[in-house]
Design a protein around this ligand. Structure first.
Ligand code: CAA
Length: 260
C-alpha cells in the first residue's frame, strides 16, 4: 500500500512504520494521521505481522508534535475534529491486537509524546527529548496526553510536565517511567528489532491476549479484571500453541509457534 507521509516495511513477522516528514521534524498533519490510520488498519488485517516498531525519519526527531502550521487557523469545530482524528489513530495503535514498540529517535513533543504513549513499549535513543509543550502555545494536548500520561507515570509527574510544558531528556524520561529504557542512539533500531524478535518468537496468541488483558483490565476494578484474566487464560487452552509450548518444555526443546 502507498502512503504519502509514512514508510512501511515488513521483515518477516516484524513491521516498521516510519513517519516521514523530516523537514518539519515529522509533525503530524491530517495527511499523516490519515496515513497512520490506514496503515494500522492494514496491519490489523495482516496476521503474519506479530510486532510493530514505530519511529520517525531522520536523525533529530521522532515526532515534534501536531503540525502547528496546520492547526494555526482552525476554528473550534475543526479543532475538535482534528483531535478526534488524532485520538482515533492513538486508539487504533493502543488497541491493535499486537505489540507496538516506539523507537524514539529524537523529539517526542506534544502529539509526538502522545503517539509514543499510545504504544505498548517505549525505547529511547539517548538524544530523545520528551514533553507536552502545548500550554506554551495556548492550548492543551488533544491526542489524549492528559489521559495517558497520568495513567503511565502518575498524576504528580504528569501534571508537572503538562502544566510547565518542560522538555525532559531521555534519562529523566526513564527515571519517571515514561520510557522503558534508553540506549545509545546508534543502537536504537537494533535494540528495538532485537526486542521485537524476542516477542515475535513467543506464542502469538498468548502475546495478543496479554496485551488484551493489560489494556482492558487496567480500566476495570481488580476483581473484574482478575476474572477477565482467568477467561483469557482459559482461552489459551483451546489453542494448539498452548499444547506446543508446554510439550516443548517437557521435551526440553524450543517451541515452534506457527501463525494462528
Ligand atoms: N509543527 C509544524 N512544524 C514544526 C513543528 C510542529 N510541531 N515542529 C517543528 N517544525 C518545523 C519548524 O517550523 C521548522 O520548519 P522551517 O525549517 O520551515 O522553519 C522545522 O520543523 C525545523 O524546526 P526548528 O528549526 O524549530 O528546529 P530546532 O532544532 O531549532 O527546534 C524543536 C526543534 C524544539 C522541536 C522546535 O521545532 C519546536 O519547539 N517545535 C514545536 C514543538 C511543539 O510545540 N509541539 C507541540 C505541538 S501542539 C500539539 O502537539 C497539540 C496536540 O497535542 C494535538
Amino acid at each position: 500500500m502507498d502512503y504519502e507521509t509514512i514508510l512501511f516495511e515488513k521483515d518477516g513477522a516484524i513491521a516498521t512504520v516510519t513517519i516521514n516528514r523530516p523537514k518539519v521534524l515529522n509533525a503530524l498533519n491530517r495527511a499523516t494521521l490519515e496515513d497512520l490510520d490506514r496503515c494500522f488498519q492494514a496491519i490489523a488485517d495482516d496476521p503474519a505481522i506479530r510486532v510493530v516498531i514505530l519511529t520517525g525519519a531522520g536523525e533529530k526527531s521522532f515526532v515534534a508534535g501536531a503540525d502547528i502550521a496546520y492547526m494555526q487557523h482552525l476554528n473550534p469545530l475543526q479543532a475538535r475534529e482534528f483531535a478526534t482524528l488524532g485520538q482515533k489513530v492513538m486508539n487504533a495503535i493502543e488497541q491493535l491486537d499486537r505489540p507496538v514498540i516506539a523507537a524514539v529517535n529524537g523529539f517526542a513533543l506534544g502529539g509526538g509524546c502522545e503517539l509514543a504513549l499510545a504504544c505498548d513499549i517505549r525505547i529511547a535513543g539517548e538524544n530523545a527529548r520528551f514533553g507536552q509543550p502545548e500550554v506554551g502555545l495556548g492550548v492543551i494536548p488533544g491526542f489524549a496526553g492528559t489521559q495517558r500520561l497520568p495513567r503511565l507515570i502518575g498524576k504528580g509527574y504528569a501534571c508537572e510536565l503538562l502544566f510547565s510544558g518542560d522538555i525532559i531528556d531521555a534519562g529523566e524520561a526513564a527515571r519517571i517511567g515514561l520510557v522503558n529504557r534508553t540506549v545509545p542512539r546508534e543502537q536504537l533500531m537494533s535494540s528495538c528489532r532485537e526486542m521485537a524478535g524476542r516477542i515475535a518468537a513467543r506464542g502469538p496468541i498468548a502475546v495478543r491476549l496479554c496485551k488484551d488483558a493489560v489494556n482492558n483490565g487496567i480500566e476495570m476494578d481488580l476483581g473484574r479484571a482478575c476474572r477477565y484474566e482467568a477467561d483469557l487464560f482459559a482461552m489459551c487452552f483451546s489453542s494448539p500453541q498452548q499444547q506446543e509450548g508446554m510439550k516443548a518444555f517437557t521435551e526440553k526443546r524450543p517451541p515452534l509457534f506457527d501463525s494462528d
